[in-house]
Write a protein of this length. Structure first.
Length: 247
């Protein structure tokens, strides 16, 4: 079983359209569509935007479905130094809470500097950084590059999750200097956090809808990014990528 989640319904509409024998059901307050993609059992859900919605939905889905892997798919803003372009693909190598901490006279202090862990697993403390299933993620990125030359550029790198999005060059530069991310989003770290607590592998795929800069919505392309991310994920299912994993 694979759980696939997105923040908004448009980010998983193509995936739901491709389901074989779709069956709607409820998981707490979350509507889930179960079925098969290329003979692989999946459950697709929309979490809602932001960390709180994502954490609540992920906790419910992990408890009900006990998935072999939890996959987040959607779009995000690219940092200029990433060399990503609109519509390109990006996989998270880790997820980072970029604005959990304190703004002080000395600058931003994250949770590790405050010595306040957000999670503790087997005596290991986790502060702002949360892991993904890096081996699976690296293989997925490579399979897309090797097998689908028509796919957009695909990169692997750190993602940052925020509540206050970087709508200015200055805030984006500050976050890039601190964490060297390639993508900014509003949900991923919360999903990675819940997967860590549930001992469930996590993978995140996003396509670039905009850039982290002085906000100019006229330069965004949300429809293209949403479509590209879903088509890339469907390509992995067509390759039977997930059925061959030793999770």
């Amino acid at each position: 079983m694979i759980v696939l989640v997105s923040a908004v319904a448009r980010e998983n509409a193509l995936l739901r359209d491709e389901l074989i024998a779709p069956e709607p059901q409820m998981c707490g307050h979350i509507q889930v569509t179960c079925g098969q993609l290329s003979s692989q059992s999946v459950a697709i859900a929309t979490t809602g935007i932001g960390k709180a919605n994502t954490a609540a939905a992920a906790a419910l889905l992990l408890h009900q479905f006990h998935p072999d892997i939890f996959v987040m798919v959607g779009c995000g803003g690219a940092f200029k130094d990433s060399s990503l372009q609109l519509g390109d693909l990006a996989f998270a190598s880790e997820e980072i809470y970029a604005d959990e901490g304190v703004t002080s006279p000395q600058g931003f202090l994250d949770m590790s500097q405050l010595d306040l862990a957000l999670a503790t697993i087997e005596d290991r403390c986790y502060f702002n950084h949360y892991p993904v299933d890096l081996t699976t993620t690296q293989h997925a990125c490579k399979r897309l590059k090797d097998n689908f030359s028509q796919n957009p550029n695909c990169q692997l790198g750190p993602f940052v999750t925020v509540s206050n999005c970087s709508g200015t060059d200055s805030l984006g530069l500050d976050r890039h200097e601190r964490y060297q991310p390639i993508i900014e989003n509003m949900e991923g770290a919360a999903a990675a956090h819940q997967c860590l607590l549930a001992h469930t592998p996590f993978m995140e795929l996003r396509s670039v809808s905009n850039f982290v800069e002085d906000r100019d919505f006229s330069q965004w392309n949300l429809p293209q990014a949403m479509e590209n991310a879903q088509k890339a994920l469907l390509s992995l299912f067509e390759l039977n990528f997930f059925s061959g994993l030793a999770l």
